[in-house]
Structure formats: C-alpha cells, structure tokens
Design a binder for this molecule. Sequence first.
Ligand SMILES: *Cc1c(COP(=O)(O)O)cnc(C)c1O
Length: 418
Amino acid sequence: MQVNEALSPYIERVEREIQGRLQEVDRVIDHNQWKVIRAFQKHQVSDYHFASSTGYGYNDRGREVLDSVYADVFGAEAGLVRPHFASGTHTISTALFGVLRPGDQLLYISGTPYDTLHKVIGSHGDGTGSLRDWGIRYDEVDLREDGSPDWEEIRRKLTPETKVVGIQRSRGYDWRPSFTIAQIREMTDFVKQLRPDVIVFVDNCYGEFTETLEPTEAGADLMAGSLIKNPGGGIAPTGGYIVGKRQYVEQAAYRLTAPGIGGEVGAMLDTTRSIYQGLFLAPHFVGQAVKGSIFAACLYEQLGFETSPRWNEARTDLIQAIRFTGPDHLVAFVQGIQQAAAVDAYVVPEPSEMPGYEHAVIMAAGTFIQGGSLELSADAPIREPYIAYMQGGLTYSHAKLGAVKALEHLWQRGLLAL
Ligand SMILES: *Cc1c(COP(=O)(O)O)cnc(C)c1O
C-alpha cells in the first residue's frame, strides 16, 4: 500500500494483533457458504432457473425456487425475494403493512428505529398513507443506558392491541451495540412468554451472514432485508427479501402486488441469475467486509479514537462506528473513504439533505451497485455526537485501503497528529 510512512508501523501492528479474529471470521464464512450451497442443492438449482421472465411473470420457476432457497437459508417457512422492492425501507414497509391492520399496535423494543422508517411510521393525519395515517398505533421502548433492552418497559408497553413487536438487529446510525442472535433470541423468548400470538418482526439489514444463525432461526416470525446490502453479495442489481411464517410472508406479498395475486406474478427482468449468484457469494463478501471493519476498529483505536464495536468485540453486522470530535473530521474521513474507491474516486462527497433522513448526511459510495453498502462505503449524519459509520468492502484489501486513506486525508487536513 502507498501510505504515509508514519502510518506503516501502526498498520503492521494492527495486522498482527487481529490475526486470531480474522480466523474466527473465516470459520463463519465456511459455515454460511456451506449452508447456502446446501439450500441450492436441496432445490436442485439448475441453469434453467436463471432464465428470466417478462410480462406477468407467470410460472417463473426460477423465482419460485429462489423464494424457497432463501426460506431454507434463513430457516424460515417461506420467502419472497424480488427486484421489485426498491430499497430496504420499502421491503420493511411492505412486511409491516402486510400484517398490521387499523387499530393494531406496532411496538419497537430496540429503541428508535432507523431514520428512513420514521416516515413509514408517520403521524396521524399526515396524508402520506403512513402506518399511523392508517390508524395503526405505534410505540417504542427505549434501550437502557448500556444499550440493553428495558425488560420492565417492554412488559408494561405490550398491550392486547400489540400485533407486531419490532426488533432492529443492526445499530443503524446509532451509538448502541447491535443485537446479536443470542440477544434476539432472548428478546423473542421474553415477548413470546408474555404474548405467544404476537408477531416478532426483525429488521435484518446489515446482519445477514455475520453470524452462523439468523433471527428467523432464533424465534423471529417475520424478517426483512435489502439485496443492496449483505445478501445481494454485491452482485444483485437491486431488490429485497422477506422471510418468515408462510401466512405472514403471503400477506406481505399481497401488499407488494395486490390481494389475491401476491407472489404469483412479477417478471424478474433479467435479475434472477444475479440474485442467485449474489446469494452464493454473500457469505464470502460479508466476511471480507467484517474483516475490514475489524481492521479499521483496531487501527483507529491505536490512534486514540473511540470505536464501536471495538476490534475484539463480537460482531453481528457490518457497521463500524468511529467517533470524531467535530464536523470537519467527519467530512474529511468520509471524503478519504471515497478516495480509496475503484469507481468515482475523483468525486468529492459533500453533506446534503437526503430523502427520508432528518439531518444533512455525507456519504462515500464509490460502488458498482448504486448505494451498495456491502461495498466499501461510509455515512455520517452531520449532528452531534460526530460519528462516522463505515461498512462494507467486497475485498478485505479494499476495506483496509479505505481505512488508511481516510486517516491520511485527516492527517493532510491537519486534523490528525501522527
Ligand atoms: C439500510 C437500513 C435500512 C433501510 O434500507 P434502505 O435500503 O436504506 O432503504 C433499514 N434498517 C437498517 C437497520 C438499515 O441498515
């Protein structure tokens, strides 16, 4: 790597330090790679499944088998995997609208959800067709100071009207730990003990294949995620997935298309092979990205920055948060990540307003898939506390380069003493 001389000793020390953690990641990759291959084999995935459909997409065998492969990989009864989901937010929204009815309550127990979901939840009479606009009530339970679930509050807020309990696995743009599978199991068990009939929904964005089990294998009834993130493997051009109990997945499918039609139609428009191949590659690429996050955490810690998770802590998503002292540092960091990209490295990101976000956000994304965040990317809402969130890297080498380039850029701007 072409780096500032002063950084070389740090990089060498970091690489030695994290060897053991990288080997642990390799074991997770192996496990998940074999899990995905087993699902492909069970359904006898074959060349003809990759053929695409047009028009209504009736009898698209590749699409049907893809749904089943996803269901098996995630230990669920059914799956709905479609390029017609425009984003993670759309996928999550479809799942929630699919199962909730006026008068029902949605209760998030993992604190305030991801920024773009605030408008999906909405407010009464906002005229947008948000959940609240439709008379679906909403409440949330804040996390405790240490980031753990507030069990007493969950017990108190779980009412007879609570139809869905929401859990966000990943931290999103928040300085709280992400929830591991073991913690999601504990939360699900707790809720089910009080209300066995409640639907436990998990927003699995950024979590897929970072551990050997998924939330639907730990008691969740319904789950959604984005193909522009982990399970798309950097190859799927767009889309999302919903997996879970058959009845709930079917209700979500009625919401995506129309009641009575559901998942039986929907032309795949030449995306089928990429979605299959992306799923096949996802465990490997997710592992590369996780290694990159471990490297970045260790490097920035050595230089005195506060990180979350720390390099040697358990991981259950791709996101690496690094805390800076001011907005200039955030901007310089994100711009440095962009400088490491293969695509659009000459572009200089600037903070700006984004649809669905409440603060100006700066994003680095020199990606092959627009906004693809299994690829090396970084985001930072320009607000206190000044935290940059970096994620992804289809190759470990690229993630390392990004972490180092960003430091170099801070140093060049006079924002870092070496
Ligand atoms: C990215 C993300 C979303 C939303 O996905 P978009 O594709 O950005 O709409 C929702 N929840 C979490 C935890 C996410 O990381």
